[in-house]
Structure formats: C-alpha cells, structure tokens
Design a protein around this ligand. Structure first.
Ligand code: ADP
Ligand code: GLC
Length: 478
C-alpha cells in the first residue's frame, strides 16, 4: 500500500476559488483503494462554511517555530466521501473572507502552512511515501522536507510531486523577508534553488526540489518550455524536462451529471437531450429575464473574469456579436474592468445579455445545462475544467487552441462529421468572432449536424478514470 498526502490550499466541497479545488477534492476518490491510501491536508479557513467547520474533529495541536515566531498548529480532521481530510488550524493566519488576499500576508501564511504540513505528520501517525504538492502555496514543502531530513529520520525517503496548475502565480517576495519568515538557512537562497530573478520564489523552489513535476495537460507541459507561456521559468522547465509530464484533468462525473443533477430544471442524457435540454434553457431565460425563445442560441460563460480567460477579446467584439441572434449568459467575478464590461452590455442589450457578477455553484450548473454553446477564449489555459463540464452537459465549447483546451476539445470538421466543439488559433478578437459565427451557422442551418456534435460531446469520457491511472503509474515509478 502506497501512502500519498495531497497538500493544497483549496478543495471542494470545503473551499473553492477555482479549478484547483475541483481537482484536489475529486481526484483522490479515483485511486485504486487496494493500492493507494490518499489523504488530503488543507488550511482550516475561517471563511469556510459553518456546515463544514462544525463537522471537523480535533486531532491534536502543538507549537511550531517559524524562525523567531512560535505559532499554534491545530490539526482537525474529517472523512468525506471515503477520503480523510486534515485541516491545519491557526486563526491568525487563516482568518479573512477569502483564502487569499494580500500577497505578502499570503507568503507568510503559506510558509506556515507548508511547514505545518510536515511538522504535523509524526503526530497523526501517517507517514506518506509521497507528498503531492499543488501550486505555489505548497512550493515550500519540498524545500522544508529537504531541510528536515538532515535532523530527523522520519522524513528520510519521503518523495514529492509538484503539480503546476497555473505557472503565472509563483509566490515571490524579497529574499530577506522570506528568510525572516521561513527561517530557512541562507543556503536555499541561491539562483539554483529558491531564488529567481533576485526574488525568493516558492513555486520555483518547489519545482527545483520536487522529485517529479507535473502539469495539468500535455500541451501546457510543452508550452511552458517556451518564453510566451513560461512566465520567465521556461529555462527551468526545460532543465527539468526529463522529470516533467502533463496529465490532463478530469471532472467528478457524479457531481456533474445531467441525468442526476438536482440543481437543474430538467434532467437528461445523450438519448433524450434533443427534447429535454431545451427545457433548461427556457427555465433559465425566465429566471434571468432574457427573451423567452427556445430557438435562440444561448452562449454561456462561467469563469474567473481575468486576463487569462481572454475577456479582452470578448470586450472588443461584444457589440458586433450582439447584432446576431444569440443570447449571452455570463457568471463570474474578478477584475473590475471585466465585471463592468459585462454589466454594461447587459444594460445595453436587455433581454439578450445577462451579467451575473457573483459566485454560485447552483447557477453554474444551470448554465452548463441550459446553454447551447460555451465560450472560453483563453490567452492561456493549463487545463480548464469548464469546457469539460460543458461537454458533459452537451453544451458545445468554443475555445482558443491553447493548453488543455486544445487537448480536450476536438474542432468540428463538417466534411468528416467529427469533432466536439469549435476552436480558433490566434489570440485575435475577429478570429474568435468568426468562429462563434461559424458555430451559429451550424446551429441555425444544420441542426442535425449540430445535434451530432452534442452527441459526440456527451459521449466523450473526461471522468478521472484515465488520468487517475496515470497518476498511479507516476507514483509507482517513483
Ligand atoms: P480556473 O481554475 O483557471 O479558474 P477552471 O476551468 O479549471 O478554471 O475551473 C473553474 C471552476 O470554477 C469551474 O468549476 C467553474 O465552474 C467554477 N467557477 C468559476 N467561476 C464561477 C462562478 N462565478 N460561480 C460558480 N462557479 C464558478
Ligand atoms: C488552474 C488553471 C486551470 C486548471 C485548474 C485545475 O486554475 O487555470 O486551467 O484547470 O488550475 O488544474
């Protein structure tokens, strides 16, 4: 039996800001339970819903040095869906309304978390063979582990995997401050270790010290070796190429299942979507005050509203797009310029554009189920889960060919009658618009072909089955 510990800053159902939480919360369930004991360690945020906080059980607590600071570390736990989750408690670090806030506070918060993860292990009677770290927030785990090994037998032989969900966020600050925070010896503050471009860089440190590095799609694994996608770490990615691989994300096929989803108006599957899916659209048009017409093509967006997701392209051609016979439904929060952009167009085109600037799990399911198409024109996309959710609900993705979008959406070919979506290559607003209009044309003029695309989309399998196997092979090979 191999023991695996996931260390991460978010996980469904406890706390979520993006796709990372979906991955950390669903992947562990899909390992072969005979061969792998996978557990998860998370911060216990005060902003977690009470319904979860109430269920956590106290396990132990201790005090831990963080350089000159001495900090309380509580360890709580609960079992959910057959998986053991541990929560690191410290009300000074994990207060606030959201998991992340001021980056400098976050730098100290996640130094604390990373060291606490390792320090808690001997007290919870779980010595993992492998610690699987996710994103910059846990980048210091492999470094502290290296440092711990010298003095303590317990830690010798523990291996680490670092998974990059987004290379853009690295967690960097002035080395002097980071030295003061972490208490790590000067030795680590060198350009071949924790330092990059004169800053201490958590993610970089994790990548250097991890035994294996993975990212969440094959294309992104290749892309980050180039300057355009490499976020100034492309040199390092090339240097670590022999330890770097891409494993595409899956989604939870139980949570996201149009046949059993209780958040949507009408359940359906691939055999009856032609008659049933449309009832979700009508219900959503009513709910959001859009013009009630079941024939109108409805395009959905569910996203963090940031530069990464390509919304400057959308802003650029939104007026043109709104001349077409389409409805656009947006659900998202993020940068003010994009929030206001969508609010503006909802005001300008009432009945046609619906801007829902908030976070709602339930509304996201309704959009995946109701829309005909889903727009995701990302500038870069390590994997992307929204397009997988769309495919699952028979909502045809329109995407830019980058990262995981390229690996999971097969462009429609009208001659060979293949494909599960529509895609364009260049980061260009009119190329995107032309692709949306091509999709409109198929939707309105070739309904049978459109429905075949939906059918192929719904028949694709992006459950965790295949990808969990690849993680198993990775662990077994270490
Ligand atoms: P990223 O992790 O870069 O934000 P992904 O596509 O991997 O992108 O994952 C995004 C996840 O967050 C999906 O599960 C999506 O449904 C969800 N999501 C994004 N914005 C919202 C929102 N405003 N309300 C509900 N869910 C959202
Ligand atoms: C990041 C990426 C997204 C990916 C998610 C989960 O948030 O932006 O593309 O799907 O992590 O791996």
């Amino acid at each position: 039996m191999k023991k695996i510990l996931f260390a991460a800053s978010e996980s469904v159902p406890f706390i979520k800001t993006g796709g990372l939480a979906d991955v950390v919360g669903s992947l562990p369930k899909y390992f072969d339970k005979e061969k792998f004991d996978v557990r998860v360690m998370l911060p216990k945020y005060m902003c977690m819903k009470d319904e979860w906080k109430e269920k956590l059980q106290y396990h132990t607590h201790f005090y831990m040095d963080l350089n000159w600071r001495k900090q309380y570390v509580g360890v709580l736990e609960m079992e959910y869906d057959g998986i053991r989750f541990y929560f690191i408690d410290n009300e000074y670090y994990f207060n606030g309304y959201a998991p992340y806030g001021d980056i400098y506070a976050d730098i100290e918060k996640f130094a604390f978390f990373s060291k606490a993860v390792l320090s808690a292990l001997p007290l919870i009677d779980f010595r993992p063979d492998i610690i699987h770290c996710h994103d910059w927030q846990t980048g210091l785990v492999p470094i502290y582990l290296d440092n711990f090994r010298y003095g303590n037998e317990f830690y010798r032989g523990i291996k680490t995997v670092m998974t990059i969900h987004n290379l853009k966020f690295q967690g960097t600050w002035d080395p002097k401050r980071v030295r003061d925070i972490t208490g790590l010896p000067q030795y680590y503050f060198a350009p071949d270790k924790l330092e990059a471009y004169k800053d201490a860089n958590y993610l970089k440190g994790g990548i250097v010290y991890a035994d294996r590095v993975t990212t969440v799609s094959n294309s992104y694994a290749e892309e980050i070796k180039t300057p355009f996608y490499g976020e100034k770490l492309d040199g390092l990615m090339n240097a670590r190429a022999n330890c770097l691989s891409g494993i595409v994300n899956g989604i939870d096929y139980e949570d996201y299942n149009p046949l059993t989803d209780n958040k949507i108006e009408r359940n359906y599957d691939v055999s009856n979507f032609r008659k049933e899916k449309i009832k979700n659209k009508i219900a959503l048009q009513k709910e959001l005050g859009l013009e009630e017409n079941q024939k109108t093509m409805m395009i959905g967006v569910v996203s963090r509203l940031t530069d990464q997701k390509g919304f400057d392209l959308v802003a650029y051609v939104m007026d043109e797009l709104c001349q077409d016979a389409v409805q656009i439904v947006v659900l998202g929060t993020g940068e003010e310029q994009y929030e206001n952009m969508f609010r503006h167009f909802a005001w300008k085109y009432p009945g046609k554009v619906s801007a829902n600037i908030y976070y709602s799990e339930a509304m996201s399911h309704k959009i995946y189920a109701s829309c005909d198409a889903f727009l995701m024109p990302s500038l870069f996309e390590p994997c992307g889960l929204s397009q997988l959710m769309s495919l699952r609900y028979g909502t045809v993705p329109i995407v830019r060919e980058t990262g995981g979008l390229k690996d999971t959406v097969e462009p429609y070919n009208e001659y060979e009658k293949t494909g599960t979506g529509f895609s364009f290559m260049n980061y260009n607003a009119h190329e995107m618009l032309a692709t949306v209009r091509y999709a409109e044309q198929i939707y309105y003029d070739k309904k049978r072909d459109w429905n075949k695309i939906v059918e192929r989309a719904m028949n694709k399998d992006f459950s965790w089955k295949n990808s969990a196997k690849q993680y198993e092979e990775l662990y077994e090979g270490m």
